[in-house]
Design a protein around this ligand. Structure first.
Ligand SMILES: [Fe+2]
Length: 273
């Protein structure tokens, strides 16, 4: 059993091996609980591991090192830890009809006391970054350190979610797991309000997302919530916007929204780090 004695120790070396091993044990339990349909859980396991990697690469681009990189690695791996309990309990990733997965994740981290190798300040920073990572806007009364970590996790998360959806859309309709698209209806229409949000360089209001196309537009709108030059460069390098456009109706309005987003990303990618 995991030792739940809460004793914070100063970190002499930066190793997250124990956190990786806890993550492996914890997520295996959820794979077992969902063995009849393991895909949503296994997809989230891979996503967590890839967000960890994206976060570390971004941290290195920002010249982070030592314990700060360790904190970042833990926050990246654990940012969606609430997804496992959410899926096991409710069989959905829709927060609105189940639970806020970020707050659930923060609670899982507190209950399992897995961050005791970190100082109290570092543990607090990780738990707050996990609980803020899915918010539409970040709290204004939070410390710079917490907001910095949260912004890195949010960028890393988006980089990998784009990958998840691009891969998902390469599958035939029969092969696609509807949980990934939040079980939204597959129609040929889209919300003009969602498009208007994007044309004003805003993230799409979740209330405007009622079908798969709106959800695809919402994913495009995330470019307006990216924080770091490194991330903009990665979006360009991976040609994400071209792939994100494919499942949407190819009309002039949609094309204009993608063209505007592309030039926004290109401009931001030029900003010095
Ligand atoms: Fe995530």
């Amino acid at each position: 059993m995991y030792n739940t004695d809460k004793v914070h120790k100063p970190m002499n070396s930066c190793s997250t091996r124990d956190i990786h091993s806890w993550f492996g044990q914890y997520t295996r339990q959820h794979l077992l609980r969902n063995r009849k349909d393991p895909y949503p859980v296994s997809m989230k396991i891979i996503h967590c591991q890839r967000v960890r990697r994206e976060a570390v690469l971004l941290g290195k681009a920002l010249n982070l090192e030592g314990p700060d990189l360790c904190v970042l690695e833990a926050a990246g791996l654990l940012h969606d830890i609430g997804r496992f309990q959410q899926y096991s309990r409710y069989k959905t990733f829709v927060d609105a009809i189940s639970a806020n997965h970020a707050e659930l994740g923060a609670q899982v981290l507190r209950d399992n006391v897995i961050l005791k190798k970190f100082s109290e300040e570092e543990e607090d920073r990780i738990i707050k970054a996990v609980s803020y990572h899915n918010r539409a806007t970040l709290p204004s009364n939070e410390s710079d350190d917490v907001l910095f970590l949260t912004r890195i996790i949010r960028d890393a998360d988006k980089l990998d979610i784009w990958r998840v959806f691009i891969d998902h859309n390469k599958l035939s309709k029969d092969e696609q797991n509807s949980t990934i698209d939040l079980d939204l209806p597959d129609t040929s229409v889209y919300s003009e309000k969602a498009l208007a949000d994007i044309m004003s360089q805003k993230i799409v209001d979740y209330r405007h997302v009622v079908n798969k196309n709106d959800f695809a537009l919402m994913r495009l709108g995330w470019v307006y919530d990216i924080n770091f030059t490194h991330t903009f460069k990665e979006i360009l390098k991976r040609n994400y916007l071209v792939s994100l456009k494919l499942p949407l109706p190819q009309n002039d309005k949609i094309k204009a929204a993608f063209k505007a987003a592309q030039s926004y990303v290109e401009k931001k990618a030029e900003v010095p780090l």
